[in-house]
Design a protein around this ligand. Structure first.
Ligand code: HH2
Length: 261
């Protein structure tokens, strides 16, 4: 899943694809680079991001969704009901909802629903998040959101542990270490580690210290994507599509070789 943020302020690609033509061109390029899904977002979820109004978000995402939907499966990364509904009407097939509140919209629209775990809201979620058992809490939350979505009539449900959403570097690493517990829930699992701060902390050598900048988090992004896929993630949400698609092919071949004995 390639990340396409039509925003001025996303933490990695903010401002690069704010322009509509540039966003559509990048989406097409992701398809040639091997993306199976392009995830279009019009509002940054990074800690402290400013909220975007509904009209502005619609204006950002709809033309891009419409242009890419004939070429590739498009998901809409939003927490707003109307944006999700309109995006599906313009061709999106997946509602990727970091707030896990739009299951009823996905059901009404006949879309796939991604339920993601997060603790708190973007403004405050990184202020000292605490868990007794992060893996158990995230798994329990995702199971209940997925069951709720099923009860509301969603046909296909994915779950996502929400790396970086109300989690310390250690929480993120623990979730990756025990990803099989999330996979065991029985839903396809999506994992988004791409360019996130914990990778910059690992690369800098101290989990509690400053992180290397986003430009220096490619290697960690690729390594964590391979890790997630090897642990059973069905999809990884990434900025670096070409390299990750190549890595995904390797993981698939290793899986196949293993199955063949
Ligand atoms: N991460 C981000 C946004 N949406 N959706 C899912 N399902 N999983 C994730 O891990 C996830 C997500 C944050 O990354 P990005 O879109 O690159 O940045 P921003 O939120 O600043 O636009």
């Amino acid at each position: 899943m390639g990340v396409l943020n039509v925003t001025p302020d996303s933490f990695f690609d903010g401002g690069r694809y704010h322009d509509r033509a540039a966003a559509i061109a990048r989406g097409r390029q992701m398809v040639t680079e091997g993306a199976d899904i392009v995830d279009v977002g019009g509002e940054s979820t990074r800690p402290g991001a400013a909220p975007v109004g509904e009209a502005e978000e619609l204006a950002r995402v709809l033309p891009v969704v419409e242009a890419l939907a004939p070429l590739v499966t498009v998901s809409i990364d939003t927490t707003k009901p109307r944006v999700a509904l309109e995006a599906v009407a313009h061709g999106a097939r997946i509602v990727n909802d970091v707030s896990s509140t739009l299951a009823h919209v996905a059901a009404e629209a006949g879309a796939v629903f991604v339920a993601m775990h997060r603790k708190g809201t973007p403004a405050t979620m990184q202020e000292d998040p605490r868990y007794d058992d992060v893996v158990a809490e995230v798994a329990e939350y995702l199971a209940s959101r997925a069951e709720q979505a099923r009860a509301l009539g969603v046909g296909e449900i994915w779950v996502d542990p929400g790396i970086g959403f109300g989690k310390t570097a250690r929480h993120n690493l623990t979730l990756l270490a025990h990803l099989e517990d999330i996979v065991a829930l029985g839903y396809p699992v999506l994992v988004g580690t791409s360019r996130k701060a914990f990778l910059g902390r690992v690369a800098a050598g101290t989990l509690d210290g400053p992180a290397l900048p986003v430009e220096e988090r490619f290697e960690g992004s690729l390594a964590s994507a391979v890790w997630a896929m090897a642990k059973g993630a069905r999809a990884v949400r990434v900025h670096d599509v070409s390299a990750t698609a190549q890595a995904a092919r390797l993981v698939a071949e290793v899986d196949l070789a293993g199955a063949l004995g």
